[in-house]
Design a protein around this ligand. Structure first.
Ligand SMILES: C[S@@+](CC[C@H](N)C(=O)[O-])C[C@H]1O[C@@H](n2cnc3c(N)ncnc32)[C@H](O)[C@@H]1O
Length: 647
């Protein structure tokens, strides 16, 4: 290997892109998938694989960089690019074919890197991962545009050969494990699904571009397959974007009936719209809103519900663990996800009286997001619903089920990449027993939950921070209105208005930010009260000494200005902490759903704007009040002047 650097040779784009992607995932907490797709690089799979491997090996890479001192000795070498190149060299291709300066720099350290890497445990991890199961390429035929028979004929015309149908799951899996070009097979469970050898390219296929073929993993088709809505019925998909299951349901209905597709996130909602359009899913009614705010009275006719909430995505093959990417603990993230999942599932079970079948699914393999969620709602629903054993629904042709150690037993389905050659998924099927009336449920999402909130509202309004966000919003608005009224009625020059408003606004922002403990708030208020008391006694003392109204006015002014400045500062600080906390919470959410985080951040921005307005209001009130005091003070000071002249 020549040591001569060829300066005109640029670094291959795959390495440059991957280095930037890995940096942004790690430093900005950005979503790996979003970053990759926004790049529009032709080698998406290559960038994805290299990014995942680099992210996985980051701790080992840091140790290697440290041991070889490569970054210290080569200060111009970009550290992220170095990490990507080392990953490619040591654990992927085993070589670097470029004459660019960074590549040659890393190659100059190759021997030392290889030597040092022997003492690391990453080689094993990465190799094992690479040797893991390769998923076949699953293609769902969009039966709204093309029949399965026609699709099979078209593929056969293209030179593909259809393997005979398997009769048992084990023989089917056997065929899958040996599937290679030019063979393809029809899925054993989902007739509209055709299966091709791993890595068969389809993104450029005309059928894919026209919406006749949909690239959807088998596991993600199981929920709608098990929901099995009949043509003409009404389906509600509570978490719909990007729309794989909603469009699958539309195909099941053959566009007769209705699919309400609810998506909270504006950006993902756009994707849902374009997916609907591409697939001609005409019976889908998209709703860009929070499914937890759907008014049940308007959806009395819903018969089938899909609950496919945001989850950790731990079942997705080749997806790096979130904690590998941001270093944050998994348990906290799972806890947050679980409470949202339970909330949403309960909402589905308790608020749609004509729902006969409800599917709960996740692409997670964590029991915290699966069996534990099911067990939590089972405790509430009594006999109004029962879990349908998926084993029965799939006619005994399945092997992985939920764990018997939970109350749900083995009634729910798991798909596991290593056994089922598809992504890891969990599916539970609830069926309504209409002979039993729905019990009253006061837990989050239950049919009596809103009443509980209302009751709480009357008793303890400040508790809203920990209950329903929408009711809380209402409560805050009400409080503000009330305060505004008080403000108007007390604008009589008593000098109390601005202090009260400032206190109110600050306490509102503190409540919103949830940044301080109750104790801290109380002690702060106490200190504040003491401050006011001591200031007043000082003032009285000074007034006793100087009977002059001018001095009184000046002192009051100074106090007011000081207080306003202090409160304003507090207001701003509270706001900053709120933003930090929310960003932190957002980071605990599912990173694959980067758009969700963006929405959250934009909400924070909105709140910041609102709070800034409140700060401006504080200032305005302060200046108004100051002006009023000046006006009041002018009168006695003029009188006094006249008296002085007379005497
Ligand atoms: C796992 S994905 C759904 C995938 C979808 N079912 C499909 O098959 O294409 C979860 C989706 O739920 C959305 N979501 C999260 N919370 C929501 C809520 N409260 N209301 C509606 N949608 C929500 C997320 O933005 C995300 O797009």
């Amino acid at each position: 290997m020549s040591n001569e650097f060829v300066h005109s040779v640029t670094v291959p784009r795959i390495y440059k892109f991957t280095a930037d992607i890995v940096r942004r995932v790690r430093e900005d907490g950005a979503s790996l998938k979003t970053l990759i797709y926004e790049r529009k690089h032709p080698n998406v799979a290559g960038i994805y694989g290299l990014s995942v491997n680099t992210l996985r090996a980051l701790p080992q890479l840091d140790r290697l960089l440290d041991k070889t001192q490569i970054l210290t000795e080569q200060p111009r070498l970009n550290p992220w690019l170095a990490k990507v190149l080392i990953t490619e060299l040591l654990w992927r291709k085993g070589c670097l074919k470029s004459r660019s300066k960074p590549v040659l720099t890393v190659l100059a350290y190759e021997n030392r890197l290889r030597e040092e890497s022997k003492s690391l445990d990453c080689t094993e991890t990465l190799v094992v991962h690479k040797a893991k199961v390769q998923k076949p390429r699953y293609v769902r035929v969009n039966t709204l545009l093309l029949s399965v028979e026609k699709a099979i004929c078209l593929f056969q015309e293209d030179g593909w050969q259809l393997l005979p149908k398997s009769t048992t799951y084990s023989s089917y899996l056997q065929s899958l494990s040996q599937l290679s070009k030019p063979h393809f097979i029809q899925d054993l469970h989902i007739p509209e699904m055709l299966v091709f050898p791993p890595l068969t390219p389809f993104h450029g296929h005309s059928g894919y571009k026209s919406g006749e073929l949909i690239l959807q993993d088998k596991a993600s088709c199981l929920p709608v397959h098990l929901l099995d809505p009949v043509s003409g019925s009404v389906v509600l998909d509570m978490c719909a974007a990007p729309g794989m299951k909603a469009t699958h349901a539309a195909a099941k209905l053959q566009n007769y009936g209705k699919v309400y597709a609810v998506e909270i996130d504006a950006k993902r909602f756009e994707t849902l719209l374009s997916q609907m359009k591409k697939t001609h899913s005409l019976c889908v009614e998209p709703l860009n809103q929070d499914a937890l705010t759907l008014d049940p009275k308007k959806y009395l006719h819903v018969e089938y519900i899909l609950v496919d909430p945001t989850c950790s995505g731990s079942g997705i093959v080749d997806r790096p663990k979130q904690s590998d990417m941001d270093g944050k603990p998994e348990s906290k993230r799972l806890q947050n996800l679980q409470s949202f999942q339970v909330y949403l599932l309960r909402y589905a079970l308790f608020n749609f009286p004509n729902a006969k079948r409800i599917i709960y699914s996740t692409c997670s393999l964590h029991p915290e997001e699966n069996e534990e969620v099911i067990d939590e709602v089972l405790a509430d629903i009594g006999n109004a619903y029962h879990l349908v054993p998926v084993r029965q629904l799939l006619k005994n042709n399945w092997t992985n089920f939920s764990s018997k150690k939970y109350n749900c037993g083995d009634t729910c389905l798991y798909s596991k990449p290593d056994d089922d050659f598809c992504n890891g998924f969990f599916v539970a099927v609830f069926e309504r027993n209409f002979d039993v009336t729905l019990p009253k449920c006061k837990h989050k999402g239950g049919n009596e939950y809103r009443n509980v909130i209302r009751a709480n509202l009357n008793v303890k309004k400040d508790d809203m921070a920990i209950t329903d966000p929408y009711e809380r919003e209402k409560c805050v608005k009400k409080k503000k209105k009330k305060k505004k009224k008080e403000e108007i009625s007390t604008t009589d020059g008593q000098g109390k208005i601005s202090t009260d408003i400032v206190k109110f606004v600050v306490s509102e922002i503190e409540n919103k930010g949830k940044v301080k403990t109750k104790e801290a708030k109380c002690s702060e208020k106490e200190v504040e009260k003491m401050d006011v008391r001591s200031n007043l006694s000082n003032l009285n003392h000074k007034l006793a000494l100087n009977k002059s109204k001018d001095i009184q006015k000046r002192i009051l002014d100074e106090m007011e200005a000081k207080k306003s400045r202090k409160q304003r500062l507090k207001c701003e600080n509270a706001l900053e902490v709120e933003i930090d906390n929310d960003t932190l919470d957002a980071n605990y959410g599912e990173k694959e759903q980067n758009e969700e985080i963006e929405t959250k951040l934009s909400k924070i921005k909105k709140r910041k704007k609102k709070a800034t307005k409140e700060i401006v209001k504080i200032d305005k009130i302060y200046f108004q009040k100051k002006k009023q005091q000046e006006e009041i003070a002018i009168v006695p000071s003029k009188k006094r002047k006249r008296n002085e002249e007379n005497s």
